[in-house]
Design a protein around this ligand. Structure first.
Ligand code: KG4
Ligand code: ZN
Length: 357
């Protein structure tokens, strides 16, 4: 029996230092042997957001130990590793540089190939860690930095159908939480508060709801919430605002996803209609439920990563590394860190938005 590939994945694009070893079984499905994540939430909490310099310092302090633990937990010997895959972008350049340099040095010391991974491609492939996933599919990527609909034709071919013209969804969740006095990152806590609130209490705006195809916008929502938070006094009102915000986001995603479905079908003409939802916000159970219901209505197969692999992790980076390793798609040691690295390389500035997409 031939040896199964063993890939070390390293992630350090933002505020999680992570390492993972993955391999595959006889059926060719990936097997996660270890998945170590060290979050820096405590480092950045008091600043209400990620401070790049502190994040990079924390990556530097922890990366050796995290990689060592990932190798130990996997039960393999270091010499058995076949390739090293590091996130090369997009993300904070000072943070990316840590994992990227570490990965390159590790690959050189083992005399193994080095693979540079796009973090977004990692999210896009993360459902493959626990279920079958073949191309093509429609991808909704919802994280702290991105909100995009993409047609995924294969590992390297993505066509963007829509994106946010201002804030990402995770960012909108975090900003709403901050306005409600919740510690960073507040996204997951909004979901919890919303359980006790009345989603119909506040009528919030839905920017570009009836125009802009499946592009998204959340900045206007944040402004409306700022006004309301100045007036609210009780905890119940906070719960109601969290619930109203979440309901509004869900209504926006329902409508925009329907538009993305029809664009995807026109563009790709898929035999099977598959819809992958990935990124930190894909952990939100209310959003998941709505998207699953929509998939039933529209005859799509909904595919989500397991909740614990929605946020940033290195298993998804190793997953892309495994795919690239199998097709001998290696990278050179002068591969740069890319703070901006859209999945759709043709993505340009969206007209009128004034932001990099
Ligand atoms: O993918 P991710 O870990 O990091 C980025 O690549 O950005 O996503 C983090 C984002 C944060 O904005 C966080 O608040 C949000 O995902 N998030 C959630 C939930 N869990 C994480 N937002 C809403 N509901 C959740 N349950
Ligand atoms: Zn991410």
């Amino acid at each position: 029996m031939s040896k199964k590939p063993l890939i070390l994945g390293i992630e350090s694009s933002c505020d999680e230092t992570a390492a993972s070893i993955i391999s595959e079984n006889d059926q060719g499905n990936p097997v996660v042997l270890s998945n170590i994540i060290s979050s820096q939430v405590d480092v950045h909490k008091e600043f209400g957001g990620v401070v790049p310099e502190l994040a990079a310092r924390s990556h530097l302090e922890k990366i050796d130990l995290i990689v060592k633990k990932a190798i130990e937990d996997s039960g393999i010997n270091i010499e058995e590793i076949d390739a090293v895959a590091s996130t090369a972008g997009p993300g904070l350049i000072v943070c990316l540089s840590v994992g990227l340099s570490f990965g390159k040095a590790f690959a050189v010391s083992l005399n193994r190939p080095f693979i540079a991974v796009n973090h977004l491609e990692g999210h896009a492939l993360s459902p493959k860690l626990n279920s079958e996933l073949d191309y093509p599919y429609l991808l909704l990527l919802i994280s702290g930095g991105h909100s995009q609909y993409l047609s995924v034709k294969n590992l390297s071919e993505h066509i963007r159908l829509g994106t946010t013209i201002d804030d990402a969804i995770g960012e909108a969740f975090d900003k709403t939480a901050k306005l409600l006095g919740i510690e960073f990152p507040g996204g997951p806590k909004i979901e919890i508060l919303a359980k006790n609130g009345d989603p119909n209490k506040y009528d919030l705006p839905k920017p570009i709801f009836n125009k802009g195809g499946c592009n998204l916008s959340f900045a206007g929502l944040k402004t409306a919430i700022l006004k309301i938070t100045k007036q609210i006094k009780t905890d119940q009102e906070k719960f109601d605002l969290a619930a109203s915000f979440q309901k509004t986001v869900i209504e926006i995603l329902y409508k925009k996803t329907k538009i993305a479905f029809s664009q995807f079908e026109k563009q790709i003409k898929p035999n099977k209609k598959k819809f992958v939802v990935a990124g930190g916000v894909a952990a939100n159970r209310e959003i998941r439920q709505m998207l699953i219901k929509l998939c039933k209505e529209e005859n799509y197969e909904p595919i989500f990563p397991p909740i614990e692999l929605c946020g940033d992790n290195a298993a998804m980076i190793a997953m892309v590394g495994l795919e690239k390793f199998k097709s001998k798609n290696f990278d050179s040691l002068d591969y740069p860190a890319k703070p901006r690295w859209p999945l759709d390389e043709k993505a340009k500035f969206l007209k009128g938005a004034g932001v990099k997409l």
